[in-house]
Design a protein around this ligand. Structure first.
Ligand SMILES: Nc1ncnc2c1ncn2[C@@H]1O[C@H](COP(=O)(O)OP(=O)(O)OP(=O)(O)O)[C@@H](O)[C@H]1O
Ligand SMILES: [Mg+2]
Length: 354
């Protein structure tokens, strides 16, 4: 699939812009703090209904403006579509001119794979980064996933509030059973989705990583969850109840899921070199790309933010050469050349694009 046009109004440092995109590679280059990542963010917003970096939607509205608008026209193999998002005191989302009620109706329309310099934290950072990676991928493919995840997180918040009330106001501990049941129910559904997609990643990444490293490295991934079965999670919640009450929050659950990566049987985040981390993140992203492609039956859009900063030229070329018939949107501080590929180039300067 590909995006043919983006219109943005009062979004971040943009007043009003209309950008036509090419089906193949699009490069936005410019100095720091000019608005390159803001373009990627606008596309991400059109795909996921939220930002990948803002804590609050409000941050995306141009300072001293009331309302931001992002409109994206896209083409899929079997249909064209238009998504419009308005951010003001509240968020309105329109799909082909019709206002939608649930975020799950937006997900899956514009399929993206995003690659930012922060992605190295999927490997090096806290488990939260790895869960987020999974959540972004799965929710685009299975909009229902986000629904259940949100329900789980809401229930978790309620349980945590109640745990604090038990601690501080000596409320009845037995009422926790209600939250536990609901948590277990949702966790089981989320686990099934995550397990399914972790298995797919495991399978894909093995081959891709071998190719990228000329058979020098073997990559393995282990998915860690304490919610493999309802019985297991039930047992854990019961065992940890006293501790949860002391701490005032739920110490175990699907919100603590994680995965570990091994290169040649050694844990990457502990023993891996800088180069091994960079190669592994490429393999992980290419696996994601392949999985999404297989599931939706066409190429997702690739968003590469600040592409040069994390990768050297060799890795960039090997990455771009693996990609064909894919719309790529790259931001970069320098103009780059990719052999044998046609590139549409835009310069970004102080919130205007030329
Ligand atoms: N809500 C907002 N209203 C107005 N300007 C904003 C808003 N949010 C961010 N900006 C401005 O947008 C600019 C940053 O945009 P962006 O993150 O896209 O930069 P960039 O070109 O990707 O830079 P870098 O190369 O450093 O990553 C900054 O000048 C910032 O002040
Ligand atoms: Mg940037």
């Amino acid at each position: 699939m590909w995006i043919s046009k983006i219109k943005i109004n009062n979004f971040r440092n943009y007043k009003q812009e209309e950008i036509k995109l090419d089906k193949n590679i699009n490069l936005f280059y410019g100095e720091n703090a000019q608005g390159k990542t803001n373009i990627i963010e606008a596309i991400f917003l059109g795909s996921m209904g939220k930002s990948f970096r803002a804590k609050k939607d409000k941050e995306m509205i141009k300072l001293n403006s009331e309302k931001a608008e992002v409109e994206i026209e896209y083409k899929k193999s079997n249909r064209d579509g238009k998504i419009k998002i308005e951010l003001s005191n509240k968020k309105n989302i329109y799909l082909n001119g019709i206002k939608i009620k649930k975020l799950s109706q937006l997900l899956g329309n514009i399929n993206i794979i995003i690659f930012t310099p922060d992605d190295i934290n999927i490997l090096k950072g806290s488990p939260q980064n790895r869960r987020r990676f999974l959540d972004i991928m799965i929710s685009q493919l299975k909009p229902n996933y986000m629904y259940h995840l949100n329900l789980y997180l809401k229930t978790l918040e309620q349980r945590n509030n109640y745990l604090k009330q038990i601690r501080e106001e000596r409320k009845d501990e037995n009422l926790l059973d209600i939250w536990d049941e609901k948590l277990i129910e949702e966790a089981a559904i989320i686990y099934q989705y995550r397990k399914e997609y972790m298995d797919k990643i495991k399978e894909k990444i093995k081959k891709i990583h071998q190719e990228i490293t000329n058979n020098k490295e073997e990559i393995e991934i282990e998915y860690l969850s304490e919610c493999q079965t309802k019985e297991n999670y039930f047992k854990i919640l019961k065992e940890r109840r006293k501790l949860d009450m002391i701490k005032g929050f739920t110490t175990k659950g699907i919100h603590r899921d994680d995965f570990v990566i091994y290169i040649n049987k050694k844990q990457l985040d502990i023993y891996g070199s800088q180069g091994q981390h960079r190669t592994a993140i490429l393999s992980l992203k290419l696996s994601e790309l392949n999985i999404v492609k297989e599931e939706i039956g066409e190429e997702p859009i690739l968003l590469l933010d600040d592409f040069m900063s994390e990768l050297d030229e060799k890795r960039i070329k090997s990455f771009l050469n693996k990609i064909e018939n894919t719309q790529v949107i790259i931001t970069c501080t320098e103009k780059i050349d990719v052999e044998n590929k046609k590139i549409l180039i835009y310069n970004v300067k102080e919130g205007s694009i030329n």
